[in-house]
Every structure is written in C-alpha cells, then in structure tokens.
Design a protein. Structure first.
Length: 683
C-alpha cells in the first residue's frame, strides 16, 4: 500500500540532488545533468528557466555556491580546498563567483588563509608535436563553411530562451514567378530580427529544408533547437502585398502573435520593420536604440532596384558558380537603378570572393575591393558591407586589417553566421587563438542548424579540430565520430580522427597505421604524406621518414605549392641525418626565412627549432622562455619535448621548469575556458 504522505521530489529538487551527488566533479555540467535526468538538454534548459529564471549553468553554479557557503561556515577547510570540493577547478574563479552571489568574498567569513591557486590538470604527455591538419584543412574548411556557410547542424543550446527561426514563407500567388518576392519578405523579416542581440536567430539556409516539410512545429523546433518559430504566407497581386504571419511558441505549439497585412508594395519596408518589432515585442526581447535604427533603415528608396535585389537572393544563396554569376548580374541591375544601393554592392563583392576563394590564381581581387568600398561608402554600418571589405583583406592576406571589419560586422548584426564562421577561421590559423577559435566554432553551430549531411559532417569536423586544439579530446572524438556518421566519405575526418585518438592514448604506431591506410587510398594527399614522415621522424626512424618526406618535398615543388613551411626544419633534420647536407641546408634556409616573416604567436617556438637545429642551446632556451608567456596556444605544443631536435635542450638547467610552465599555463587556461563556455551554454 502506498504511503500518501510520501512526497515525490519535484523537478528542481531532483536536479539539486543530482548536482550535490556530483558536487566535486567539475566536469558535471549542463549536458551531464540532462543525461542524469533522462531528458534532452533543450528541455532541461527550458524547465530550469521556467521554474528558476536562471540558465542551467547559472542554476548549477548557484547550487555549488550554496553548498560552499555551508561548508565555509561549518568546515575548517581552506577556501581553496572548499572550492574544489564544490566543483570549481579554479579557486580564483570560485572567489569571483562567490563574491557575485553573496556580495563578499569567502575569506570575509572569517577564514584568513584564502588561497588562490589553480589545480594542475595533468595532460597525457605524448611523444609528438603536431598541428592536426590545421594547414591542410584550412582551405577546405573555409570553402565548405563559407560556400555553404548558413548550413550547419545544431549541437548546443541557446544562452537564453529567446531563440527563433523564420520558416520559408509560402507563396499563395497563382503566379509562381512571385516566389522570389515572398522569399524576399521572409529574408527581410529574418535580417531585421538578426540585428537584435537579445535574440538567437537561425540562418536562412538552415531553414530552407522545411519549405515543403510535413513535420509539425514541435519537431521542427526540436531539430532547430529554438523556442519560437515564425510562419508566413503571402502573395503579390499587382501593387498589393498580402501577408499572413504568425509567431508560434514551440513548447505549446500555440501562436502568440498573429497579423494580416494588406498593403501597397510602396509600403513594403514599413511592413517588414513592423513585423520585426512586433515579434520582438511578443517575445519581450530587448531592442536597443541602435538596433532599432538598424531595423528601420531602408536598403533603398527605389522599388525596381529592390525587386532586382530580391530576384538575386535565391541564386546568391545557392552558392553554386552558376547561381553566383546570375546573382551578380541581378545585383548589378539593382545598382544601375540605385547607384547608392549598399547592400547590393556588398553582395556583389561577396559573390566575387566566393567564386574564386578556392582558386590559387585570383582575378577578382580589385572588383571585390571596389564593390566593398562602394558598399561602405553608402552604408558603413552594414554588416554585409563590412564583411565584404574583410573578404578583400583576406584575399590580399592582410588579416589584421580584416579582423576589425568582422568584429564590427557582429556589432551591427550579432547573428551574422558569416561573420561568426569567418572569425572561427581567423582564430584557427590566420590569427591563431585557440580560445576564440573554439568559442566562435561553437557559436557558429548555434546559428546554423539542420543542414544537409555533407555540410553537417564538415561542421563537426571543424568543431572537432577546435576542441582538440584546446585539449578537449573526449569532446573532439565525439564530434569527429558524428562527422563520419553524417558523411563517411568526408575527405579530412579520418585524418583528424587519427590525431584525436593520439591525443587520448599516445599510440604513435596506431596513428601512423591509420594515416598510412588513408594515404594509400589517395597518394596525392600531401597533408597525410608529410604527417607520416613526421611520425617516423619522431621515432628517429630517419630512413623511413626520408622516404615519405622526399615524396612530399618533390610533389610540393612540382606543383609550386607553398605549404607546411613550418615543418621544413624537421625535414631538414631528416635530410641531414641521411647525409644530404645541401638539400638540408636549402630546407633550413627556407625555414629561417619563414621565421623572419612569421608574425604569429608561434614565432618564438619556431625560433626554438631554428636555434636547436643550429646547436644554439641558450638562444633556443630563451625563445622557449618567451613562448612560455604566450596565451591560447595549440594543445600540440605541449608535446614538443620528446622531439629529436629538442633533445639537446634537456641538458639546460632551465628546460624542465620552462616546459612545466608551458604545460601548467595551458591547462589552467583550459579550466577557465571550460567554465566560461559552460556559463555561456556553448560547451
């Protein structure tokens, strides 16, 4: 017989109990709590938000801090000890959070021995230094990420509940040629909402697959990982626009705002602005005065120019060569009607960039620059204008000039998936910064979801690379497996997976065998070829290393390629060991010139190899010391100490301490990075 007095714990009580059970486990975050409660992460976020008005990460942190308060009052442990007992990997971060929660530091409770120290997380120090296909995949990842830049698969949850997708509008006109106009209404509603930072807005091509779907609202919302959906249907009859639109709350599948418009085409911009503002009001999104100014800005006063612009959008988003060329022609017709049409100029520049981004020989560089300048001249506060100019600087390899344009673009359009993805690429290899690389890679997949399997595969590939670069090998393995699940023929995924597995178990023979198998499938793969040579170099098997490096060097020269210059010093060492002094000298001189040109954060560590090769131990140690002060470097740099070139440095009395500092600095940074990403609901 049941006990009527027994009270079943409510949802929040269950969640708190699970957090307390895993209190000391700093890895127990939002995803782990969702799994323990047997529910999806998105449902967890919604329920916690509804019942506590906190994000899931804030809720977990609050439970930890409440328990910390109890321990501080009752326990004789130090603040540092308690911070780890309640799952904070960083005492300094614990003190910061505690102060924000309670208005005073934990030390003010009477403990005088506040210790601010960071727990050392021991890495698996493996016998390799390797950049896992950073250089080899860069071009391919940019190509896929930009040519299909709005098509990605969701893996994370929104920071806030105001996430929204605008589904393709239905054309109710008997004239099918009016489809472009109805699509334009959808595009404009989307663009205006994207300018609101308080919203997370899914990109256009991410929702394109739902144009003819039979799926219901809850299923679509779950796939897109959003809380609101916008549906619309419209038609154009002469000079009249008829539009029916509704905003639907996904959790209840209930419209919370419905509107019917019947206006003249001349009022089209007022209609679009009204839609965005009313949707924002219905969701209670905060719209700043600057954002409102952006929303109310008319792209053009010329309706014929705007009509040409709308016609260009479908081929523009096709991202095919034929589509981009057609789009350029239509955008140019728009600028002929309005010579100050900034948005059209910007899209022409972007289209030209996309047309030849994978080509070695560039022919559109000046056109990109000219059209981007016109776009900025007529609208310097347009995200599209700024991105267009950034593409010109990327084309000319003036990366530091491109970066502020992309950052500024995000100010005017916080949901610009193109700007976010390009920033991920920047911090991957153009302006290396592992923290920002991972942050923007994670942000990108929040904006671009529910895409085709090939693009999803490359999305996960890029995210896996960002994760392992920051030392998150378990997470990287998870997403590289997803990449292969979506597309087993993904060109680069097996290559990256080999090094992710290496990061986990350090099995150099297994890694080499995987790469040998991949290379035998396609012996034109120079990225794999040089890695195989490097793995033999690490084992000091110089004869085998030479056989692969020789093939690589000859193929690189035959094809006029300027790749993997940072590896030339290792190749030179192998050639020298084989008695090929002249060839070794040439390779080393090329590497020395590369070091002189190198302005990246890795210049000092490249100089370590240079001086080590020359036998200048003190100079090499000094450069290693300089590198130890660097921030946000690749995980693979922790593994340089067992390289043959580095062995002579171990006799220096400062070597061990400097290497330990490099390792400690990396893992301390990773701990704080994980906390930040978890707090932002990104990881």
């Amino acid at each position: 017989m049941s006990n009527p007095s027994a009270k079943k714990p409510n949802f929040i009580e269950q969640a708190e109990a699970l957090i307390l059970e895993n209190l000391a486990n700093e890895q127990f975050g939002v995803s782990e709590l969702a799994e323990a409660l047997h529910m999806s992460r998105s449902n967890l976020l919604r329920k916690i938000k509804k019942q506590t008005q906190l994000s899931a990460s804030q809720f977990i942190r609050q439970v930890r801090l409440k328990e910390a308060m109890k321990l501080l009052k009752e326990d004789s442990s130090t603040v540092s000890e308690i911070s780890y007992q309640v799952g904070f990997g960083s005492t300094s971060y614990f003190i910061k959070c505690f102060r924000e929660q309670y208005g005073h530091s934990p030390g003010e409770l009477g403990k005088s021995d506040v210790e601010v120290e960071i727990e050392q997380i021991k890495p698996n120090y493996l016998k390799l230094y390797q950049w896992p296909i950073i250089a080899a995949t860069s071009l391919a990842l940019i190509l896929v990420a930009i040519m299909l830049f709005n098509k990605k698969d969701a893996i994370n949850e929104p920071k806030i509940e105001k996430s929204i997708a605008v589904l393709p509008f239905k054309n109710e006109s008997s004239d099918s040629t009016n489809l472009y106009f109805v699509n334009g209404l959808m595009e404009s509603a989307l663009n205006n909402l994207q300018k609101i930072e308080d919203l997370r807005v899914i990109s256009r091509t991410s929702v394109e697959k739902y144009r003819k779907t039979e799926k219901g609202i809850p299923e679509i919302a779950e796939e897109l990982d959003v809380n609101y959906l916008v549906e619309g249907s419209g038609q154009r009859v002469g000079d009249q626009v008829l539009l029916n639109i509704q905003l639907i709350e996904a959790s209840s599948d209930t419209p919370i705002w419905v509107e019917q418009y019947n206006q003249e085409v001349v009022d089209i911009f007022a209609l679009q602005n009204d839609v965005a503002k009313k949707i924002a009001d219905a969701i209670e999104a905060v719209v700043t005065p600057d954002e409102l100014e952006q929303i109310e800005k008319k792209p053009t006063e010329n309706l014929l120019a705007y009509d040409y612009y709308l016609q260009a959008l479908d081929p523009y988003y096709s991202r095919t060569e034929e589509g981009l060329e057609k789009a350029i022609s239509l955008f140019e017709k728009a600028t002929e009607q309005d010579t100050e049409f900034a948005l059209a100029y910007a899209n022409i520049a972007i289209s030209y960039y996309l047309l030849e981004m994978s080509q070695i020989e560039k022919q559109y560089t000046e056109k990109i620059n000219s059209f981007a300048d016109k776009a900025l001249l007529y609208d310097s506060k347009s995200a599209e204008s700024l991105v267009a100019k950034a593409f010109y600087y990327i084309q000319t390899r003036e990366y530091q000039l491109a970066l502020p344009h992309l950052n500024k673009a995000l100010e005017y359009n916080p949901n610009s998936s193109l700007a976010v993805q390009m920033l991920a690429e920047f911090y991957s290899h153009m302006v290396p910064n592992t923290n920002k690389y991972l942050e923007y890679a994670l942000k990108g997949v929040q904006l671009n979801v529910a895409s085709d399997s090939v693009t999803q595969s490359y999305t996960y590939l890029q995210l896996s690379n960002a994760l392992v670069s920051s030392g998150f090998s378990d997470e990287a393995l998870k997403y590289i497996n997803r990449s292969l699940d979506y597309n087993p023929k993904n060109f680069y995924a097996p290559h990256l997976k080999a090094f992710i597995l290496f990061a986990k178990d350090g099995n150099i023979e297994q890694t080499r065998n995987i790469l040998l198998n991949e290379w035998e499938k396609d012996t034109t793969r120079l990225d794999i070829l040089q890695d195989i040579g490097k793995l033999y170099y690490i084992d000091e098997n110089y004869e085998s290393a030479y056989s692969y490096f020789k093939k690589f060097v000859e193929a690189r020269e035959a094809n006029g390629l300027n790749i993997y210059q940072q590896e030339n010093v290792k190749i030179a060492q192998v050639y020298k060991e084989m008695g090929l002094d002249n060839e070794a000298e040439k390779l080393f001189n090329d590497f020395s010139e590369y070091c002189e040109r190198d302005q990246s954060i890795y210049r000092s560590v490249n100089l370590v190899w240079k001086y080590a090769y020359e036998g200048k131990i003190n100079e090499a140690i000094e450069q290693l010391r300089i590198f130890s002060e660097t921030e946000n470097y690749l995980y693979w740099f922790l593994l340089i100490e067992d390289e043959p070139l580095i062995q002579p440095l171990k006799s220096h009395p400062d070597f061990e301490a400097i290497m330990q500092k490099i390792k400690d600095r990396f893992w301390e940074n990773q701990t704080e990075l994980k906390m930040y990403l978890d707090e932002e609901s990104l990881l």
